[in-house]
Design a protein around this ligand. Structure first.
Ligand code: RET
Length: 277
């Protein structure tokens, strides 16, 4: 079944027009549903999060709300791009790749929009932990580096080896993000008094984020052991946990503990505290 799915999303020639790509997406019910399920969830999340944040007055807590709200806002745009065929291309794989010579459906819009959504997740997490600006900046720029080099890996069609070279660079950026998440911010969260919620969200984030490079490697972009629609579902399900469940847990906590976040404003980021340690 998986092989059949992969075949459906592979064509002999790479130069399909946008209406033709859209047609392929519509014809593959499973792939299409993996997009629309997320569009629906993102829409509901936006409404829910706006409602949850209606009484928040502290400006740092509001900043956490806005950055978290951006996650489903980016997501709905991202999935609309995929569902409409705008951010999908059929790319001819280089020799060495399992599907060499065939044009494989590549959802490059995902990697592009991750460069916008994942920094928002990290901004919210860093603010929750009471991070200083240096660590916040480091985590965010390393994360953007990870997404853009992941995009480069998916779009490179000249050489199979170079695709994996990009992948390795992306992993190196990922290690830097993990360092901030696992080593630096837990210490800050302890000082800030947000350890409990921070460690829950940190674990959720780290575990789910590991899924993305794993499915990249297993999917059509990498070793092609699983089909395009299956990979898309894997990303869509990871997204549900890493974005909507994450955001819901965070915002529920922030709405109930505005005071804790407010205290952070004066004690940690009031002046130079934001930039030194
Ligand atoms: C890629 C491939 C190259 C190696 C690595 C990757 C990591 C991606 C991650 C994505 C997280 C996305 C989320 C999106 C939510 O909107 C680019 C797959 C390390 C960690 C959380």
């Amino acid at each position: 079944m998986i092989a059949a799915t992969a075949e459906l999303l592979t064509v002999a020639q790479a130069d399909l027009t946008q209406p033709e790509i859209y047609q392929r997406v519509v014809e593959n019910g499973s792939l299409n549903l993996s997009f629309w399920a997320n569009i629906a969830l993102a829409g509901l999340s936006i409404l829910l999060f706006v409602y949850m944040g209606r009484n928040v007055t502290d400006s740092r807590a509001q900043l956490i709300f806005v950055s978290t709200l951006m996650v489903p806002l980016v997501s709905i745009s991202s999935y609309l791009g995929l569902a409409s065929g705008l951010t999908i291309s059929f790319l001819e794989m280089p020799s060495g790749h399992a599907l060499a010579g065939e044009a494989v459906l590549t959802m490059w819009g995902r990697y592009l929009t991750w460069a916008l959504s994942t920094p928002m997740i990290l901004l919210a997490l860093g603010l929750l932990a009471g991070s200083n600006l240096t660590k916040l900046f480091t985590a965010i720029v390393m994360d953007i580096g990870m997404c853009i080099t992941g995009l480069a890996a998916a779009l490179t069609t000249s050489s199979y080896a170079l695709r994996w070279f990009w992948y390795l660079i992306s992993c190196a950026f990922f290690v830097a993000v993990l360092y901030v998440l696992l080593v630096e911010w837990p210490e800050d969260a302890e000082v800030a008094g947000t350890t409990e919620i921070f460690s829950t969200l940190k674990t959720l984030t780290v575990v789910l984020w590991f899924g993305y490079p794993i499915f990249w490697a297993l999917g059509a972009e990498g070793f092609a052991v699983i089909g395009v629609a299956t990979t898309s579902w894997a990303y869509s399900l990871l997204d549900i946990g890493a974005k909507y469940a994450f955001a819901y847990l965070l915002l529920r906590w922030v709405a109930a503990h505005e005071g804790t976040i407010g205290d952070l404003t004066t004690s940690r980021t009031g002046s130079a505290a934001a930039v030194d340690d």
